[in-house]
Ligand binder design. Structure first.
Ligand SMILES: [Zn+2]
Length: 460
């Protein structure tokens, strides 16, 4: 559609509100103030449904003719937010990226549920420090505080309902957004509370503390990508597996402190509880990533974990992603050769990491020109380490920075160009060395890995 036509169409929509109530089409449009990207992308779960370019007045529109009613989300990089869509909706948004969620407003047919979900989202952010301060309370008082927050949200919803402004399916999403949010804090409570009181001992909870557990829905497709629901599931699984495991798995070497056992225990629990395939796949993926990225277990244990994962989570929709991560981790185990990865020198020649580190002890660290305070801090740390650990060579690998900016920074900060290189293909480097945090460092000796999951601040 030509943009003048589109503009008139929008004015017509907003001005006259003469939308065909029986239409199966969904019209979703809006205006972005201070855009941070050139387009808007609409998602169903993790699948892209459609994308729309912003025009020269920063307006976009989607006309969707075969969409199921339900929860979607849209992104205007780097932010995203929910949108609930239903046949016949003609929904407009306006938002200012300077305060993305706070400025967002929905108007038109379908606005009520969307503004309500947004209101809950903002309330959750606002209440977070308050709820944090409740964890010190005893269980009964803690539950009471949460129940009263929960009640105020249900009262708001009842107002909308009384005016007949929301449908049954919308109401189910709204109720789930309220209840799963507050119940998540109850799942977390015993762990946070024991750290704050009772000398770190887990105490008995009142009998009715987990009453809501009788009504948990473990297989609602519509809730799969609802954040409060997903976050509840993660914390519920964590709670149950910890409690079961510390009670039932008392044979030697098992229990919650054995990371391989504990994470396998979690996967068995997910397998037995969750009935919805996509939710199950996502939870399995979460456990796999958590274990593979954070535990740094032995190669043998990692192999065992992956075998259990493949056995329990057949046809997992994320299997390629997890296999790639697993292979990368296997490739950077102690005593293996560094991956044959090429980086740029200041004179534009390329050289491999293996070549750089072939003689003696070399530590690779990472920095980006876009994270200046991190760069200043790590440069100071490297200067100190170079003085106190003269038998190591500290090599900086620059990531996510343009060549010009990189060279400028090298010059102005007087770094030794012989020890500075730039990753041209950052994504490939990130996958090969699993750079999931900027303070990570890779310690090597004669081209072989000593520790690929070290931290530049705690390693020396
Ligand atoms: Zn166990």
């Amino acid at each position: 559609m030509n943009r003048y036509l589109l503009f008139f169409f929008l004015v017509w929509l907003v001005g006259c509100d003469k939308v065909d109530k029986n239409s199966k089409n969904i019209f979703f449009a809006g205006e972005i103030v201070n855009p941070t990207s050139s387009h808007i992308v609409l998602f169903n779960g993790d699948k892209v449904i459609d994308s729309a370019l912003l025009d020269d007045q920063n307006r976009f529109s989607f006309t969707l003719d075969s969409l199921q009613q339900g929860l979607y989300h849209f992104s205007h990089a780097p932010e995203f937010q929910y949108v609930y869509l239903e046949q016949g909706d003609s929904l407009m948004i306006r938002l200012n990226t300077a305060a993305f969620d706070e400025s967002l407003i929905f108007t038109g047919k379908g606005e009520e549920i969307n503004n309500f979900l947004l209101e809950l989202f903002l309330a959750n952010e606002e209440e977070a420090p308050l709820i944090d301060s409740y964890f010190v309370l005893e269980a009964k008082d803690f539950a009471h505080k949460l129940d009263s927050l929960n009640k105020t949200k249900h009262e708001l919803l009842a107002e909308l309902d009384k005016d007949g402004l929301i449908t049954g399916k919308e109401q189910a999403i709204a109720i789930a957004s309220i209840d799963y949010n507050y119940n998540t804090f109850k799942e977390v409570y015993p762990f946070k509370h024991k750290k704050l009181s009772h000398n770190g001992m887990m105490e008995a909870l009142p009998d009715d503390f987990y009453n809501y557990r009788k009504e948990i829905d473990f297989g609602n497709k519509e809730f799969t990508y609802l954040r409060p629901y997903y976050s509840f599931m993660l914390n519920h699984i964590q709670n149950l597996s910890y409690m079961d495991c510390s009670k039932d798995c008392t044979t030697e070497g098992n229990g919650t402190k054995n990371q391989l056992h504990f994470n396998e225990h979690k996967m068995h629990l997910i397998d037995s509880l969750i009935t919805e395939k996509e939710l199950k796949d996502n939870l399995f993926r979460y456990v796999a990533f958590d274990y593979l990225l954070h535990v740094h277990d032995s190669e043998e244990n990692i192999g065992n974990f992956i075998n259990t994962f493949r056995e329990l989570s057949k046809n997992n929709r994320h299997v390629d992603e997890i296999d790639n991560l697993f292979k990368s981790i296997e490739n950077i185990q102690p005593s293996k050769s560094l991956p044959e990865f090429y980086v740029s020198k200041v004179d534009n020649d390329t050289v491999s990491l293996r070549e750089i580190s072939k003689n003696g002890k070399t530590v690779f660290y990472f920095w980006s020109g876009n994270e200046r305070s991190h760069f200043d801090k790590i440069s100071k740390r490297i200067a100190d380490l170079s003085a106190s650990k003269p038998n190591y060579r500290f090599v900086g690998i620059n990531i996510r920075t343009s060549e010009g900016m990189w060279k400028n920074l090298l010059e102005t900060s007087k770094l030794d160009p012989d020890n500075q290189f730039r990753a041209v293909n950052f994504d490939a480097l990130r996958n090969a060395l699993i750079i999931n945090k900027l303070n990570k460092c890779v310690i090597t000796e004669n081209g072989q890995i000593v520790d690929a999951f070290s931290d530049i601040y705690s390693a020396f």
